[in-house]
Design a protein around this ligand. Structure first.
Ligand code: BGC
Length: 463
């Protein structure tokens, strides 16, 4: 009888933990939709407003600017309002921003609406992984945070598909506005989430924290133990910036988070996400073949992320990153070599697409999910908000730089050398991983923090 009750509690708490994480990961879906949706729309926006390429660049990149600002402000927001209310705030901005995009009557209004959307994404890309790391039980933490990345890729794929479908009628307002619908679902979902127990303890609301943990963990004893463990760590004050100035160990983890995001963006992933049709055109593909090949990129990105979810808590973070960077270096090197051969034969075209898809799969299985996972795991609780805000900010700034420099690189050093440059960077990142990236598989956040603060080298954390 007692066994039956215990089993029921276990199933209920397991289900609650997974449900909570899936809901928060919907933030990733919104992120992906908004990354993917603009690519197919720009042609029609340009035709309707009769604006220059320069204005289009502004319309595209205003979102990344908003996201950088949102990520910088989100640390403060989620510490003050709490994780849940930050997610709700982000969701409201999503809905509002998408509707404004669909209704925009001028190019500048559209750029402004995308800035609002960016603020939403910045807030969500900061808060969702933080929330996931704080509520997911240790044994499935890696997989739960990878779910967030999976949602990003599903969002990108859905946006590519919806753009393709709507492109026949040129309905760009629908392309952009329709995102308000999943946005509204996301809003409803996050309204139902419990607040993060860690944030509640941070605010001295112990009873509520234990109640939430009780619903998320297998038994009340486990919930109490976890609450005590967190409370012990919270005895010193929580000022990320002051901690950063005072504590060299914290500066190391902030530096690591920033480095991880810089590496993720410099793999070259968004060169493909934003410019895939152009790259396929360079390989000699015609209009509709470019669209289909781009949709396949979205599909492979999504499917390979499933693989990462299965592997992250079994293989660990470091082996997956090694493999990923090596695969990305080799495949981009191949793309570069194929682009150099000049007139494309059918065989070369197929080889080019295959190499690019291997690159996408390499990213989606490694740096995509692993970087977000590690960034939320390595920061000590006292400075976690600040640390993740710094790394997410770095993600958006480098994202913007990569997006804004690709075409100039093509013009300046040529297609082959541009791809070789990114291939070389990926090779360097194998060495960086060896030197600095820790293995956090199966280790509690509290253990990671203790080791970090005792001065253990970054790559030895978690051992
Ligand atoms: C990156 C994005 C990228 C996406 C592609 C994310 O992890 O942060 O910049 O567009 O993966 O799936």
């Amino acid at each position: 009888m007692t066994d039956a009750i215990a089993m029921k509690a276990r199933t209920r708490s397991g289900f609650a933990a997974i449900l909570t994480c899936v809901l928060a990961a919907l933030a990733g879906l919104m992120f992906g939709l908004d990354i993917g949706v603009i690519a197919g729309a720009t042609r029609f926006i340009q035709a309707e407003f009769e604006v220059s390429n320069r204005a289009i660049e502004w319309i595209v990149s205003s979102m990344m600017l908003g996201a950088a600002i949102g990520a910088a402000a989100a640390g403060w927001l989620s510490a003050t309002l709490g994780r849940k209310r930050s997610l709700v705030f982000g969701a409201v901005l999503f809905v509002g921003g998408s509707l404004l995009c669909g209704l925009a009557w001028s190019p500048w209004m559209l750029a402004g609406a995308r800035l609002v959307l960016g603020l939403a994404i910045g807030t969500a890309t900061f808060t969702a992984p933080l929330y996931l790391a704080e509520v997911a039980p240790g044994r499935i933490r890696g997989a739960m945070i990878s779910t967030y990345q999976l949602m990003i890729t599903i969002g990108i794929f859905m946006a590519f598909l919806s753009d393709t479908a709507l492109s026949y009628s040129g309905a760009w307002r629908w392309m952009l506005g329709i995102v308000a619908l999943p946005g509204a679902l996301f809003l409803l979902g996050v309204l139902g989430l419990p607040e993060s127990p860690r944030w509640l303890l941070l605010r001295g609301r112990r009873d509520e924290a234990i109640a939430v943990l009780g619903r998320l963990r297998e038994d009340t004893e486990e919930a109490r133990r976890e609450a005590d463990d967190i409370a012990r760590q919270l005895q010193s004050p929580q000022h990320g910036w002051q901690l950063f100035l005072r504590n060299a160990n914290f500066r190391r983890s902030v530096g690591l988070g920033v480095l991880l995001q810089v590496m993720q963006q410099l793999t070259g992933i968004n060169v493909v996400m934003y410019y895939a049709p152009r790259i396929f055109a360079g390989m000699g593909f015609g209009g509709s073949a470019q669209m289909w090949a781009t949709a396949i990129v979205g599909l492979v990105n999504m499917l390979a992320t499933f693989a990462a979810i299965g592997l992250v808590d079994r293989w660990g973070r470091r082996p997956i990153l090694y493999l990923g960077f090596a695969v990305m270096a080799a495949s981009l090197g191949t793309v570069g070599a194929l682009m150099r051969t000049g007139t494309p034969t059918h065989g070369l075209q197929i080889a080019g697409v295959a190499a690019l898809l291997v690159f996408i799969a390499g990213f989606a299985m490694s740096a995509g999910p692993m970087v977000w996972t590690l960034c939320s795991e390595v920061q000590p609780l006292r400075g976690r908000d600040f640390g993740i805000a710094c790394s997410t900010f770095a993600n958006w700034v480098i994202n913007m730089a990569v997006g804004a420099s690709f075409l100039s690189l093509l013009d300046g050093i040529g297609t082959a050398r541009t791809f070789w440059l990114y291939a070389a960077l990926n090779l360097v990142f194998v060495a960086f991983t060896r030197a600095w990236v820790p293995e956090t598989r199966g280790v509690t956040l509290e253990q990671i923090e203790r080791q970090l603060m005792s001065g253990r080298p970054l790559r030895m954390l978690g051992r």
